[in-house]
Design a protein around this ligand. Sequence first.
Ligand code: PMV
Length: 301
Amino acid sequence: MTMASSAPAKTILFGEHAVVYGEPAIAIPLPNIRTYAEIFPSGEDFRIYSKNTDLNSTYNELDSASGIKKLLDILRDEFTLSYLPSAALQIKSDIPIASGLGSGAALSVAIIREFAQYFQKTLSNERINEIAFEIEKIYHGFPSGIDNTTITYETPIFFSKPDGFRRLTADISKLPLLIIDSGIRSETVNVVSNVKKNYEKNKTFIEEIGSLVKTAEKELIKGDLKEIGKLMYENQHLLTQINVSCKELDQYISIAKQNGALGSKLTGAGRGGNFLVLAEDLEHAVRLKNIYENLELRVFL
Ligand code: PMV
């Protein structure tokens, strides 16, 4: 798919869930893990299909409550299209679904960019981000906006709901960080609504996560790997308190600890999905990668 439009995955380094309640969080794009969208003329009714899911539907066959349908309707309005063209929209994604890496937001952003390209319109990143956020409401129920923002701007960000985002000044490109897929799928909307239901009980932990994120930004700027790792373990502990981890993640994170990782935590919604492991250096990262691959987990380095 050479002419396709695309969007990256993202990972939240610190602050997931608390960010929904106005606390800050830090996220980075993962440019090597992407979703691609390509429209090509077909001579038939507009059809959308995805190689990764079983989706293969015409526009009229789409579930009217689905994110894709809502997105196509917004795009029709945006580009004043009275009907969709005789064309096929093909989706291909390297991002695992329901795994904390922002697959839903990446899908939206890739499709929006491809529509703009196909209809030769210019859309600002600000508008792309706004549209993607509308669809996140379907995928997350109660989104903070951090996924669509990191993915639209494709840059590391410090984000909070009240203040928006700013680009992170810390150089995170050299972090010896592994992203590992537990293989357990978990829908963001369920985890987010559970945290919301128990908000009163979770409130203090949520605030503690918020202040930890501010410290984490300082340590990321300093590049102090030991301190960054310590904060990752602390963030994980707080996420456990709000009940978004699970026994498998707890186990994988203790394997990281036993093997000298500086830090480890879940990333994204939790209850499965991906987790992060911070190694001492690249050589250590390769050793840790082998350990998880021997457990048949998919490791992104
Ligand atoms: O699991 P993901 O990639 O959908 O990330 C969710 C992040 C949350 O903080 C849990 C929700 C949000 O909208 O910020």
